[in-house]
Design a protein around this ligand. Structure first.
Ligand code: ZN
Length: 351
């Protein structure tokens, strides 16, 4: 059966029929109780002509309350979030909640299975293709499904990340205060409840193809975070995710009990434009001079860039343009021009 819904387009002022996503699911989001199943992404290729990619999904629906969507594996080389969500999915059948909990441990499932940031199928970065495309590549189809089918169902979203293979990141919630003042107090309460050691107001230098930007366009509350790096599952980061989510779900009104210690005060920091980024100006081998979490001053040496083709020449010394806390460091020593080597953030407040 072909499903159609009508999307109003303000550009031309008339109703235009828009076809629904080609991704289907055996989950009935309105059915009470626990369900586990898959999102089926059609994928016809040499090895499987009528095949699909089955993305695991778990749903618990229990009466009145908020709908919360928890996702991991947006990038396939980040594992604290997916492991926490797989453990949560195992507990879901026995959980008592008021509302609806939707858990997708590995949203870009092909990338997750490959352990790579981008999909091995289309090389796409899920977090740079929103709002996606119905008839696009596999990754674009996933984004389109999430944007058109899941976001409209939910009130709160937490997308769990880490630095991936190329970065190590301080355990940090990434916060973006909603534009609507009526949502801001609840947003701050939920950030405090999660209780990550740091909460960072990110600056992606104008990037608007992200999952978070797509959620913001729909006026839903979006939370995100980075909880490790090196393409590993950091046990400290995993504990922060698990305990933070327990407090977050309770503060959201979904659960009555919290199986986690009280939150510690989070330290609010902010990335302030390009001056907080350090990029490689040329090819080479980079030696860091600072450690993650270190407070640095403008002009301080960030590290040295060696030329592997002329090892007898003096390395190029790179300096930080700005003061701040080192929140993210590149893990690969080899760099190309334009690679991000380090990211800083400064103490701030919400205003
Ligand atoms: Zn990520």
């Amino acid at each position: 059966m072909i499903h159609l819904f009508i999307a109003m387009t303000s550009l031309i002022g008339i109703s235009v029929p828009t076809q629904r996503s080609l991704i289907t699911t055996d989950i009935d989001f309105s059915r009470p109780g626990f369900q586990s199943g898959t999102l089926r992404v059609p994928y016809s290729h040499n090895r499987s002509a009528y095949g699909h990619i089955p993305i695991p999904i778990a749903v618990l629906n229990a009466g009145a309350g908020p709908t919360v969507l928890l996702t991991g594996g947006n990038h396939g080389d980040e594992f604290e979030g997916p492991v926490a969500l797989m453990k949560l999915a195992q507990r879901m059948p026995e959980m008592t909640i008021s509302g609806r909990l939707i858990v997708i441990p590995a949203l870009n499932f092909p990338a997750f299975l490959a352990g790579t940031r981008t999909s091995p199928i289309d090389r796409a970065n899920l977090n740079r293709v929103f709002p996606g495309t119905r008839n696009g590549s596999v990754t674009e189809m996933i984004a389109h499904y999430v944007d058109t089918e899941l976001f409209p169902l939910v009130d709160l979203i937490f997308d769990l990340h880490a630095g991936g293979a190329s970065f190590n990141h301080l355990p940090t919630v990434l916060a973006a205060l909603p534009a609507d003042p009526r949502q801001q107090d609840q947003y701050k309460t939920l950030v405090d409840a999660f209780g990550a050691p740091h909460t960072m107001i990110m600056d992606l230098l104008g990037e608007d193809r992200t999952y978070g930007a797509a959620v913001a366009r729909q006026g839903k509350l979006f939370f995100c975070g980075e909880f490790g790096g090196f393409g590993s599952c950091n046990p400290d980061g995993l504990l922060i995710v698990e305990q933070g989510l327990a407090r977050f779900l309770h503060a959201a009104g979904l659960t009555k009990e919290v199986d986690a210690p009280a939150a510690v005060a989070t330290r609010l920091i902010r990335v302030e434009g390009a001056r907080h980024y350090l990029f490689a100006p040329r090819h080479g081998i980079f030696e860091h001079s600072v450690k993650l979490g270190e407070i640095v001053q403008a002009g301080q040496v960030a590290g040295r860039l060696f030329d592997p083709h002329a090892p007898w020449t003096a390395p190029l010394t790179l300096h930080f343009q700005s003061s701040g806390c080192v929140v993210c460091l590149r893990s690969f020593a080899g760099v190309e021009p334009g690679d991000c080597i380090a990211l800083l953030a400064s103490e701030t407040n919400w205003s």
